[in-house]
Unconditional design. Structure first.
Lengths: 295, 295, 427
């Protein structure tokens, strides 16, 4: 961009965005390193006792914070549920990644056809896809649960992957077809002259050109799966395969979790996920965004 | 646009099948349920016609819940899109730290609803909330503002939290759409239009309009049908100030053991969502659906 | 790259996973479904049971408390193997009537149940009994208590309130002294806790919500429940109350020292007074529930067996062993819950057990508690209670904040109760 921007305004906006999107997360960081007895006590300064990583140590090693070993303390406010967080992050990543890959593999070819071809049954199948998310999934929990129970997928990651993939697919197809339609027709006409097959047109022209959009769409499918709660809850089995959304809901709603332990769980859940998303953003979207703007 | 003579099964079936799996039978099941008396307390399930629908529409929660849901959607969906577009436009600027902000913007996305709820409860809480603490310290208020506990404010507080969770997706998609604008168009715009507003209005916006419509539809649907964040923050209260219609599907089915009424609420939600979508696509015509019909 | 082939490959993998299915080992595996309060303690108890009972394995599946009931209904409807569950007093009649759960007499050796019954507190026994049969043994049994901050009342020179009117007066005095909202009140349309707490307060006034024929009588303006709702609406109107959606937030809220009163389960008091992490631990105490009667609601959460399991002799036998281990003599597990986590107990001999009373004395005044437990009454739980309570809670919520009148709310609630009652009796 050649335009000059007012640097003060730029930083003001940047600061506001940072505060709005990042602020609550900084809260969880503070909450996780300051014990409740300081945090809730308005007379004490926030860092009077310094910062303390005992709740982190508890999550990773199971060693109780020192305060729980003092006279008169009971164990009412510390729960093993917090120790499930690291494992659940991995579980969710696996599920979300599988849902993302499946979405792109299954959705991109369909989106390409919807965007660039006319064929019998097009309208009805497109309408079916984009109208299917209209029915709130809450109403479908019982029949979907029973269908999956019938094929033995309740309590398995495969069941969750299947549902998450299917939930995201209509949006994947819709968004990708918007992008595929935006591509200049001449490119494909040239390909036709070169006797490219439909499949080659798709893999050699459409996909490479649409990579940033595919990245963004994949990110969407990933996040949809990563943060989905209802199906993750009813379909997940034991703690070993449980996704992070379910573990966090348990932490957030249980009485036996202190505020600082809860925030420790939250912060541990945020960091790797943020890194992962930042990486996807940086390599799958950002570079390609830059590339296509210049090109 | 090219033509294919028969329905391209190999291209479309992979996308259609999973979606069909979680929609066709489940929706048929839900529709059947909505026309029968399906209550756990009473084992026979007689056909009752539209009785469930009648009972839902005349129930005393219906008007409150409908009003809240519509208000929630009417504020949340446009806010997400407007803020999303604004942030995406802003993030096209290059400045010191712009990379960091681009990643931070994604933060709310990575958080499951339960976590977002905890963080925003902490921001708004009347006793230990950060927002009140800040305003009190700055001397802007003398007494805590009951963000979540006053019937007048609670809905707006939960809208803020909901918007926060939805912005990243909007930003990513708008940025991807902005990136796919042909650079020649932009350069021509630089010369023709001096005012940034006009440039946006006449050159940028038409290019991203299809995406904006998709986003608006998606966000209207999400706002109208999701409730977990809201219920985690307020439990539908105070009073019935944040009681949402989509939540009644769950409540009728699983709290009141009346699956017939629950499914009836679901189809009422479908009907209203359809009206919303038609209204949005009418108000903001884009080539997205029109071309579909022409082809 | 052929998409169809990929799809088929995927389906083949899915198919293989299905066929492999659950491996049939020689051990019998009980499916134990719980809400995940202190999951690690549950699992440790299970491990001890497994060690003591070779040949029986127990698989624990847990859901969060707000999702528990719904998830269990889904399991029942979806026919998911479920053997032993946590049950609740408000759900029992409906579940028993629908044939989800079976009486313990069906699976226990002769006389075993009667022997255990003798030790169980009256309200807990009532909670676990349906049509004269016992459906559970207590996981824990607790009462709902009126909790106050000793230090705040002491500093302000306020005596512990004996009636709800005195609570209002004390709160007004505190408010005048600068405390914005002296009362924290758990209030969430979607949790049964909210209705239970309301019943407990009404019991404090000596109210009976239903008559001997289980017809609703709380719509009478003289009824204690009616008066209690008026009291609540008045306290909300005077801005004395801060609603709180969940007990997990009451703990930090009370510990900010910005509130003096709340109404919670006793185990929340244990958390409030926990020196391990709470800044104001030790400042909180329970007082007899305000009102002339000082009675409160007692309730029991319990281990129950599903009807499907009770019908299968092998599983039934294992299920009884498990339930008896968790809740039967010598009450090891119940003592553990009481000592470590402050959960109440339904087995009365534990009141004389130093292993329970010593840790309890650190966070609760045991003599006051045992008096309160002695006056605790069970709720009225019928097949339609849970359904009705879900219907009534939003109405109650509206009346509290002044969006609906107390009289209309009580009338509507009573009518709905009586309609459901007739519908069910006819059935």
């Amino acid at each position: 961009m050649k335009r000059r921007h007012n640097p003060i305004l730029t930083f003001l906006f940047a600061g506001l965005i940072l505060l709005f999107t990042g602020g609550p997360v900084v809260l969880s960081l503070i909450g996780s390193v300051v014990p409740d007895r300081i945090l809730l006590n308005s007379d004490a300064g926030l860092f009077d006792e310094g910062i303390n990583f005992e709740t982190y140590r508890y999550v990773f090693t199971g060693e109780l914070p020192a305060a729980y070993l003092t006279e008169g303390a009971n164990r009412a406010m510390i729960s093993d549920a917090a120790r499930q967080v690291p494992r659940s992050l991995w579980n969710s990543t696996v599920v979300a990644f599988a849902a993302m890959v499946l979405n792109l593999l299954l959705g991109a070819p369909a989106a390409f056809l919807f965007a660039r071809y006319a064929f019998p049954g097009k309208k009805i199948s497109f309408l079916f896809l984009i109208l299917s998310p209209l029915v709130p999934t809450v109403a479908l929990v019982t029949p979907i649960y029973m269908s999956l129970q019938a094929v033995g997928l309740v309590g398995t990651q495969l069941g969750i992957i299947l549902v998450h993939t299917a939930k995201a697919l209509p949006f994947t197809v819709l968004i990708l077809s918007v992008f595929f339609r935006k591509m200049p027709a001449e490119l494909f006409e040239a390909a036709m002259l070169d006797h490219c097959s439909r499949f080659q047109a798709f893999t050699r022209i459409a996909v490479p050109l649409a990579l940033p959009s595919i990245g963004a769409t994949g990110l969407f499918a990933f996040m949809l799966s990563y943060s989905e709660y209802m199906f993750s809850m009813v379909l997940s089995g034991d703690a070993e395969t449980r996704p992070v959304s379910v573990v966090m809901a348990a932490l957030a709603r249980n009485t036996d979790v202190s505020w600082s332990l809860l925030n420790t769980g939250i912060f541990i859940a945020i960091v790797p996920t943020l890194l992962l998303v930042a990486l996807i953003w940086r390599f799958a979207v950002e570079d390609l965004l830059g590339g296509s703007v210049k090109g | 646009m090219w033509s294919i003579n028969r329905f391209p099964i190999a291209w479309l079936l992979p996308a259609l099948l999973p979606v069909a799996f979680i929609t066709i039978y489940p929706i048929a099941h839900a529709l059947w349920t909505s026309l029968h008396q399906v209550m756990i307390l009473f084992p026979v399930e007689p056909f009752v016609g539209l009785d469930n629908y009648k009972r839902v529409v005349t129930s005393d929660y219906f008007l409150d819940a409908l009003r809240n849901s519509l208000l929630f959607t009417a504020i949340a969906a446009p806010s997400v899109v407007i803020l999303g577009v604004a942030i995406a436009l802003f993030l096209q600027r290059r400045f010191f730290g712009s990379q960091v902000i681009r990643s931070i913007v994604l933060l709310p996305w990575v958080l499951p609803g339960a976590i977002s709820a905890v963080l925003w409860v902490w921001v708004f809480h009347p006793s230990f909330g950060v927002l009140n603490g800040l305003l009190l310290n700055l001397g802007l208020i003398d007494e805590s503002i009951p963000w979540l506990t006053s019937p007048k404010l609670a809905l707006y507080a939960v809208v803020v939290a909901h918007v926060w969770t939805q912005i990243p997706f909007a930003v990513v998609l708008v940025m991807a759409a902005l990136a796919s604008i042909n650079s020649e168009v932009l350069e021509a715009g630089e010369i023709d239009c001096r005012s940034p507003y006009k440039r946006f209005r006449h050159i940028v916006f038409p290019e991203i309009k299809a995406m904006v419509v998709v986003l608006l539809v998606y966000n209207a649907l999400t706002a109208f049908t999701s409730y977990d964040l809201v219920y985690a923050m307020t439990g539908g209260g105070p009073g019935t100030a944040t009681t949402l219609l989509s939540f009644q599907i769950w409540r009728e089915s699983f709290s009141m053991y009346d699956f017939g009424a629950g499914s009836a609420v679901a189809f009422i939600v479908v009907l209203i969502s359809a009206v919303l979508i038609i209204a949005i696509t009418r108000a903001l015509p884009s080539d997205l659906f029109a071309k579909e019909e022409a082809s | 790259m052929n998409i169809t082939r990929r799809l088929f490959a995927g389906m083949a993998v899915a198919g293989a996973a299905m066929i492999a299915g659950p491996a049939w080992a020689e051990d019998l595996t009980l499916e134990f479904v719980v809400w995940n309060y202190s999951l690690d303690t549950i699992q440790d108890n299970v491990r001890q049971f497994e060690a003591a009972n070779p040949g029986i394995k127990v698989k624990v599946t847990d859901y969060t408390w707000p999702d528990y009931q719904d998830s269990l209904i889904l399991r029942f409807r979806g026919n998911t193997q479920t053997d032993v569950i946590y049950g609740g007093q408000d759900w029992l009649p409906a579940w028993a009537a629908a044939g989800f759960v079976a009486p313990l007499e069906d699976i226990a050796p002769k006389g075993a149940v009667d022997d255990l019954k003798k030790d169980i507190a009256g309200f807990a026994l009532s909670d676990m009994t349906y049509k004269g049969k016992l459906y559970g043994l207590p996981y824990y049994a607790d009462t709902i208590s009126f909790v106050y901050n000793k230090k705040i009342l002491g500093d302000a020179g306020i005596a512990v309130p004996q009636t709800w009117e005195e609570v209002t007066a004390a709160a007004e005095k505190l408010k005048a002294g600068g405390m914005a909202r002296p009362i924290v009140y758990e209030y969430n349309q979607e949790l049964p806790n909210f209705f239970d707490a309301f019943v407990a307060q009404s019991y404090g006034r000596g109210a009976e919500l239903f008559d001997a024929e289980q017809k609703a009588v709380f719509n009478d303006p003289q009824n204690g429940a009616f008066q209690q709702l008026e009291w609540l609406a008045d306290a909300f109107k005077k801005e004395l109350v801060q609603p709180e959606t969940h007990e997990s937030k009451i703990i930090p809220a009370m510990n900010t020292g910005k509130h003096a009163f709340t109404i919670v389960y006793n185990y929340v008091l244990a958390a409030l007074n926990n020196k391990g992490d709470q800044p104001r631990a030790g400042e909180f105490a329970l007082a007899p529930m305000p009102g002339q009667a000082h009675a409160t609601l007692g309730f029991s959460k319990f281990y129950a067996v599903t009807a499907k399991t009770a019908a299968d002799p092998k599983r039934a036998e294992a299920a009884w062993k498990f339930i008896n281990f968790m809740a039967g003599k010598p009450y090891t597990v119940a003592k553990r819950w009481a000592g470590e986590k402050g959960l109440g107990f339904g087995q009365l001999p534990l009141f004389d057990d130093p292993a329970v009373i010593e840790p309890w004395a650190k966070w609760i005044d045991v003599p006051t508690l045992s008096k309160q437990v002695a006056t605790a009454k069970a709720g009225t739980w019928t097949e339609w209670s849970a359904v009705w309570s879900a219907y009534f809670r939003p109405l109650l919520a509206k009346a509290m904040v002044g969006e609906a009148s107390v009289a209309d709310t009580m009338k509507d609630g009573a009518e709905r109760w009586n309609t459901l009652r007739e519908q069910f009796v006819k059935q």
